[in-house]
Design a protein around this ligand. Structure first.
Ligand code: IPT
Length: 985
């Protein structure tokens, strides 16, 4: 191992990039390092290079299928780009794409080509992660439901499994091949997902991985590297069979305990050594770095996750990654979205907000701003991309205070050094002060030199620089952090920030004779011995100008309002691409200059002061296409204006006052119900590794082509049975109700962690008839399990898994049904997982255009007074003003003592599963496009009362989660949403 490290060191010293896919010699020989290529994407042990230029990958995870409105994808990507994200990582969902074996559908929200086009337009690289296994807290971890019935073990090289993914991988690869950089935005294709676990448990992981990689390559993924995400930096697939071009690993060091959001775990300290031995030739790529957390059924809710993995966490942990040498990281998630339909796996509920930087309603969180400051900085510090760790430790020789831990990065043939400072423990929430000994071109300096201290708040990390180049200027050092730099009209600008009130000391060598300070006077500046010396505390914005150099100092909260868009279309967000500085708005999406006009596109949430620092040629400014009155800014630099466009919060209908129509959604309990078109369960054997423990007939819903939502069974028997032993599986928190000959027997619900419900039901004497008896069972599923351990866990059956009549006899016939059409579902827009098997769903009553004129008038707020399922429908019209982005949501009032389960359908899309006593979700955001913001909407709501006393919805309101005057892409009404007439007649 030692000599391998030596080679790696040698490679880093000479920094010869390796092109991917060029490994004609085995890893470990010098030739391996010297492979060369003309390809656009290369790398070495420091960083990725694109078109020969080193690049820091600041990436975020987003699942387009969790936001099924393609016209909103640009909104998320522009928000990401605004925060310095130059890449987006996406999972592609096999199960949603191939609902029926052999019938693949890549249209609508499944369109990867449309996503790549949007990313190309926005100018953001794409990391494509097609699985075929993805985990992702989605049903079956992305494996299709029909895969539960194949004999082969998933995620192995067994023929049955390999055959199963062929079409999906081929079609993914063929489409993606046209979008490989530079023809499109795709820079990496990841093979499989966290296959480490498999290697321990599944000896065929390597051959399975190799087969997949060959399939990607043979079907067109020939220009970009294949990558992996090891669950731990243990080197799986960094070498040997199944080796990828670029090795990556995942890390979730913040944990998932969102109920204790103020507890911050300590920093991981193993990355450097583990990566060095796992992947000595590659740069450190954190393929999934924790960007939030999922929240389980009965969990504390996503606000806790946003706090736990919030701005302090982002500050300390992400900077620690940089201190560990990472030059590429992707946050899981950056926009989480929604588990609409039956996308969720059993651990999670409808919202997949994830406490991410961009929240489920597409609003920006506090940590978005923290990520923006860091993202912009990493792109503004090319020296970071050739640096190595030059030393680290508590106190000396760096910090004067032993309570401060410093990592020094530098080298790489330039004088720039980076000092990553933090406190010794994340338990410390009080500030600490220190001085720092740094290397500069005038020797070692102990800074600050002119009074004051460097302060670190509790849970604050700072990256301080020395000999940092910006344009033709150099920051000798700064005790404030750098946000970004740009050069405008030949004048170099650097933006520095610290928390309000903290000291700042910065020195920039200069031949100027005087320095002026405008804006906030908390900062002073002077020229002394050919140095501009800047000192003071940060408060608002201070602008220091001398010669052709400008240093802007802002307090951190004010820095959060800074934006630095490029003014030409470009994936490259480094300082070599012209940019402007914009201060004030909630969001700046885009900037461009044509002759004397700067056109800005963005969002405001109220009257907002605007300052722009742009070339002198710019005389006028437009905001979202309208010109704004500008004057010289009193900051002493740039132009100022006021953005006055106010977004009116839309007036919303009161659902409590709406006209509701209603019908029984459980007619199947009637003995006379006609189930002749249902499937007859006739299997007595199964390939499923989790067979029934009792009962003659296999009743697993998936065996009969029903993979989503809910199932209804009707079992016929004659004789004198007095009860039944019943076993059901449905994943966490599933429910069921049983009826005999129309009479309610009982209901039950699982809880978190309950795999199976085993109940003995006693038949009331008066319920059993002497002839044919019919037992009706309605049950739902919270999705298929994931398959994290490659042990076919996702094949855990759903529905009835065991039955035995008490008192003798057996069933003659079992009939069952699930979603309309099963695998031959007709709705190729909403796809295979949208609907379940309730009558309201099968009959199409949940679809727009369904004729409910013959239904009775009844409201869900009155509800039902017995056990059963009732469906309610209403319509309302919205007229959200043009140019307003108003994320809307349906808000249930929680009634934890009541026992009911509800599905919310919005224009035929299932966008909420509310369980009265489990929670935690009561607010269900529904994106514009699923909800028609400018026209009519049809809502269907099911109310499944588990108890004999019935249930009612306490309240359901339509609420606005914000209102922004927005420059986002216009959503043109509803996304394609087939109607009842198209799908059921
Ligand atoms: C990691 C998975 O790769 C990802 O798909 C998702 O499930 C994530 O976890 C949790 O949200 S696995 C990691 C926790 C070891």
């Amino acid at each position: 191992m030692k000599w391998l490290n030596l080679l790696a060191l040698l490679a880093s010293a000479v920094s010869i990039p390796v092109a991917f896919g060029q490994y004609t010699v085995p890893p470990g020989s010098p030739g391996y390092l010297l492979g060369s290529s003309t390809q656009a994407i290369q790398f070495d042990s420091h960083s990725l290079l694109i078109d020969g230029k080193r690049v820091f990958i600041w990436s975020g995870e987003f699942h387009p299928w969790r936001l099924p409105v393609p016209q909103l994808w640009s909104d998320v990507l522009q928000k990401m780009k605004g925060a310095g994200f130059n890449a987006v990582s996406i999972y592609i969902h096999w199960g949603l794409t191939e609902g029926k074996p052999g019938s693949l559908d890549w249209n609508y929200y499944r369109s990867i080509s449309q996503f790549y086009e949007v990313a190309k337009q926005v100018g953001i690289y794409v990391i494509a992660r097609p699985g075929p296994y993805i985990n992702a807290e989605t049903s079956g971890g992305g494996l299709p439901g029909w895969l539960t019935t194949i004999g082969a073990v998933a995620r192995t090289n067994q023929t049955g499994f390999v055959n199963a993914w062929q079409s999906y991988v081929k079609q993914f690869s063929e489409t993606t091949s046209k979008y490989q950089y530079p023809d499109g935005p795709v820079i990496f294709v990841q093979s499989e997902n966290e296959f480490y676990v498999s290697q321990a448990m599944n000896p065929t992981a390597s051959p399975a991985m190799a087969l997949l990689e060959t399939a990607f390559r043979q079907n067109g993924i020939s220009k970009v590297p294949l990558t992996c995400n090891d669950v731990w930096p243990s080197g799986n697939f960094a070498s040997g069979l199944g080796q990828v071009d670029i090795y990556g690993f995942d890390s979730y060091p913040g944990g998932f305990d969102c109920s204790n959001p103020s507890v911050m775990p300590e920093l991981p300290n193993y990355y450097v050594s583990a990566h060095a031995s796992a992947d000595p030739y590659g740069f450190m790529y954190l393929a999934e770095y924790q960007g939030g957390a999922f929240d389980p059924w009965q969990g504390p809710g996503y606000d806790g996750c946003e706090e736990l993995l919030g701005s302090d966490y982002s500050n300390v942990f992400y900077k620690n990654n940089v201190a560990s040498g990472a030059t590429a990281m992707s946050f899981y998630m950056t926009y989480g979205g929604t588990n609409w339909g039956n996308i969720a796996e059993p651990a999670v509920y409808t919202s997949y907000d994830y406490g991410a930087a961009i929240r489920e309603p597409r609003t920006l969180s506090a940590k978005y701003s923290e990520q923006k400051l860091q993202g912009l900085f990493y792109h503004s510090a090319p020296a970071l991309l050739t640096s190595s760790i030059l030393g680290s430790g508590a106190g000396a020789p760096f910090a004067s205070n032993a309570g401060v831990f410093t990592t020094k990065l530098g080298g790489g043939g330039n004088p720039t050094n980076f000092y990553v400072l933090r406190q010794m423990s994340n338990n410390i929430t009080t500030p600490i002060s220190t001085s720092l000994t740094i290397d500069t071109s005038v020797g070692s300096l102990k800074v600050p030199q002119f009074g004051g201290t460097i302060t670190l708040a509790g849970r604050e990390s700072k990256i301080l620089v020395s000999e940092y180049k910006f344009g033709n200027s150099v920051l000798r050092y700064s005790t404030a952090e750098v946000m970004t730099q740009t050069t405008i009209d030949g004048s170099d600008i650097v933006v520095l920030y610290v928390l309000a009130g903290q000291n700042v000391e910065a020195v920039v060598p200069s031949t100027a004779t005087a320095a002026t300070v405008t804006g906030s006077s908390s900062i002073k500046a002077k020229i002394s011995n050919s140095d501009a010396i800047i000192t003071g505390t940060a408060s608002g914005i201070s602008v220091v100008q001398f010669g052709k150099t400008t240093v802007i100092v802002a307090d951190k909260a004010t820095a959060f309002t800074f934006w630095n868009p490029r003014t030409v279309a470009s994936y490259d967000v480094s300082p070599t691409v012209p940019s402007v500085l914009v201060v004030g708005p909630y969001l700046v999406r885009n900037a461009s200059i044509s002759s004397t006009t700067l056109a800005l596109v963005g969002d405001t949430n109220g009257t907002t002061p605007l300052t722009v620092i742009a070339p002198a040629a710019v005389k006028s400014v437009t905001w979202n296409g309208e010109s704004v009155k500008v004057s010289k800014s009193n900051l002493g630099i740039g132009l100022s204006a006021s953005l006055t466009k106010n977004a009116k919060t839309p007036s919303l209908p009161k659902l409590k006052n709406a006209k509701w129509k209603s019908a029984d959604s459980l007619p199947e309990i009637a003995p006379s119900f006609d189930d002749s078109t249902w499937v007859t369960a006739n299997k007595t054997t199964t390939l499923n590794p989790f067979p029934p423990f009792s009962g003659k007939i296999v009743l697993f819903a998936d065996e009969y082509g029903f993979h989503s939502g809910s199932f209804v069974y009707r079992g016929y028997f004659t004789g004198k049975a007095t009860g039944i032993n019943l076993s059901l599986e449905g994943g966490n928190n599933f429910g069921y109700s049983a009826y005999l000959n129309g009479q309610f027997l009982s209901s039950n619900q699982g809880f978190f962690g309950a795999v199976q419900i085993n109940d003995t039901l006693t038949f009331p004497a008066n319920a059993v008839v002497s002839g044919k008896n019919v037992l009706t069972i309605v049950t739902d599923s919270s999705g298929l399990n994931e398959d994290w351990n490659s042990n076919d866990d996702f094949k855990h059956p759903r529905g009835i898994v065991g039955y035995k009549l008490v008192g003798g006899g057996d069933f003659d016939t079992w009939k069952l049904t699930g979603n309309f059409g099963g695998e031959s579902f007709p709705d190729n827009v909403r796809g295979p997982l949208n609907e379940g098997g309730f009558w309201a769903e099968r009959s199409g009553a949940v679809l727009p255009g369904f004729d409910d004129s013959k239904w009775q008038s009844a409201s869900p707020f009155t509800g039902i007074s017995k056990a059963g399922i009732q469906v309610y429908r209403t319509k309302f019209t919205l007229s959200v003003a043009n140019g307003v982005d108003a994320p809307l949501a349906f808000k249930f009032t929680a009634t934890p003592t009541s026992n009911y389960r509800s599905l919310l359908y919005v224009n035929g899309w299932q966008f909420g599963k509310f369980i009265s006593n489990f929670g935690p979700q009561t607010v269900f955001p529904v994106p514009e496009g699923i909800l028609n913001h400018k026209g009519e909407n049809e809502i269907a709501l099911t109310l499944w009362s588990l108890d004999a006393q019935g249930a009612k919805i306490a309240d359901l309101e339509l609420v606005a989660l914000g209102a922004f005057a927005s420059g986002k892409e216009v959503v043109s009404g509803l996304v394609t949403s087939p109607t009842f007439q198209q799908l059921r007649t």
